[in-house]
Design a protein around this ligand. Sequence first.
Ligand code: ZN
Length: 403
Amino acid sequence: MRLATKATHQQTRAINHGLVLRTIYDLGPISRAEVARVTELTRTSVSELVGEAIDEGLVEEVGRGPSSGGKAPILVQVVEDARVVIGLDLGEQAFTGALVDLRGRILRRVEVPVEGRDGKAALGAVERLVDELVAAAPEDRLLGIGVGTPGLVDTAGGEILWAVNLDWQDLPLGRILTDRTGLPAFVANDSRAAAMGEYLFDVNRHAPNLVAIKIGHGIGAGIVLGGELFEGDGFGAGEIGHTSVVDDGVECRCGRFGCLETVASSRAVVAQAREAAAANPGGELARRLRDAGADPTIDDVAAAVRSGDEEARRIAAAAGRWLGRSVATLIGTLDIRHVVLLGSVTHLGEPWLDAVRDESARRALALLGRETRIEVGGAAEDTVLLGASALLMTRELGLVPAR
Ligand SMILES: [Zn+2]
C-alpha cells in the first residue's frame, strides 16, 4: 500500500475530473446538478470540470431532462467513440490487436500468427500490429495502448521482467511502444488483464472479488480484490504455474522440477497423450493424433475426449486434478467464491472441469469449497485485450468500463 501523501492541487483536479467523467459514464445522460449531488463536489467545480470534458470532446450535451419545477436541466453524457484504445493480446498461437471504444466495443480486429517467433522477431510483430492499428484509428482520438502479455510484468514501469515463451527478459515494452507512437501504454500480465476483463465485462457479476486462471502453454491466475487488480509485492500474485506440485517431477521450462505447468498445461496434456498413443498405437487416441500430423494440439486431444475415448478422458481428468489442487490453495488463501477458467486447456470439457471442481472441493475447507463457483469463462475470446484496454482507460481517464 502506498503511503498517503498530501495531494497537490493538480492531482486533486485530475482525480475530480476522473470522478466527474466516471459518474457521467456510469449514470448518463445526467444533469450537472445530479453529478454534483452524487460526487459531493460543488456545482461550480462540476460545471467547470464538465466544461473541460466537453472541450476535450469526451462529453456532450444531449437535450433536457424532466423539470422538477424550475427550468428543465440540460443532460450530459460521455461520447462513446470520443476516444479509442489499442488493445493487444500477445497470445500463444497469435498476437491479436483491436481498436476498442470507451464502452469496450471492438471497432477493428487484426491478428498475426506467432509461428514460433520469439525475442526480437516477436517484438517486431508487436510493433507492426501497433503500426497497423494506429494507421486505422480515427485521427486524434487514440487514447493509448493496453497490452496483455504472458510473463512477469512490472505494470508500474511497463516492463516485462520475464516471459519464458517469448524469450523476453527485462523488456521495456511500454516505453518502446510509447517512443514509437507517442501514446501512453499500459502493460499487464495476460492472466491479470483477463481477470480484469472477466470482472468488468461480466454482466452477472455478483461479488467484488474474482480469480481468473488462464491455462494454456503457461498457467497463471489474475486476482481481483474489491474491484481492483491485486498484483502482489513483486507483480507476481497468481503466478501458480511455476509452483512445484510434483515431488521428483520432470524439468520445467523455468529450470526447476515438477511445476504445475509440467502436469496441467496444454503442452503437458499433449505430451501425455502422445505417450499414451505410443503405448497403445491401435487405440482411438493414437489414430486421432496420427491424423493430426506432426504437431498435434490440445484441440486434437479435446476431440478425442469428446468422442468418448477413455484414455483421453483419463488424461484430461488427471490434468484437471492437478489444477484443482492449486485452485484449492487459492480458495483457502483468499476465500474468493468465483473462479473463472480460461485458455485452450478448458477445451478439454466436462471430464477436465469435473476433475478441477472435485479436486478443489475435496482439498479446500469444506465450507469454502461448497460455496465456490468454478466455471469456464464466457465466450469472450477477446477477454485479454478488452481487459488490457480497460486497464488503460482506468489509468488515463478514471473510467471503469462495464456493459
Ligand atoms: Zn516452472
